[in-house]
Design a protein around this ligand. Sequence first.
Ligand code: OAD
Length: 263
Amino acid sequence: MTTDLDTTSIKSQYRALQQAATLLNNARRICILTGAGVSAESGIPTFRDKQTGLWEQYRAEDLANIDAFERHPEMVWSWYQWRRNLVKDKQPNPAHYALNDLQQWAKSHSKNLELITQNVDDLHEQAGSYATHLHGHLWKNKCSQCDAAYTDPIDYQQSELITCTLCNGNIRPDIVWFGEMLPQDAWQHAENSARNCDVFISIGTSSLVYPAAGLAQLAKNNGAKIIEVNLNPTQNPLIDVVLAGKAGEMTPQLIKLLQSNDD
Ligand code: OAD
């Protein structure tokens, strides 16, 4: 049975999708920022979700942290090994594929689309997209002391620390932690993309962690329209169009609407 309330919210959701599609049709440059919510439907918990099992008494922010690694390297390394086990068999979901379709759509309409992600998984790449990673890569490692890349294969079942063959420092995941700078090239690219876009889309991010959370403001300051896709919208007054719902449902609907406008 469909109630009046359901009908109203379906109508307003469709209106929002149409507004978003119009903005994208009129845009020449599009910048998309994704966060953990994009991978949630693949079965990867978001950062603000409470942790489960072995790690339920810890907050992710207290482990994804340079101070934590300096004080308790074994603990932080074994948390990342646990996360790698959690993520290793996960597959892209309809949101990742829809974003790849959106990249193809933009290309075929001579629009520039830049996909920037805060996620450290590689599900955008698995879905065929190219993404700029602001917070590093879960599957890469480096030395915490001399910074050299560590490329030997790693057994994700093993929680003991590994040491660098060059300087004996502890090997760590190549991820940006709280208290660390973002990779300069990736950040510069994200900043330029946000500053120069006509439409900025924020998908599945709580927009709490800076500097990434500041990209929407930068886009807005330069005249861009802002679209948000979020299961629990952030209520940020910057946003022009809110697509309230799952990324894996809203993003495919958006691309379908854009493609149907082409027919
Ligand atoms: P958060 O965990 O802070 O936020 C996830 C967002 O996704 C929330 O706003 C949810 O409402 C939304 N969400 C959840 N499921 C969704 C779904 N199926 N569809 C759409 N939205 C959904 O994750 P991030 O904003 O990515 O940094 O966190 C930013 C950074 O903080 C992370 O990259 C990480 C973290 O600490 C580092 O590790 C440096």
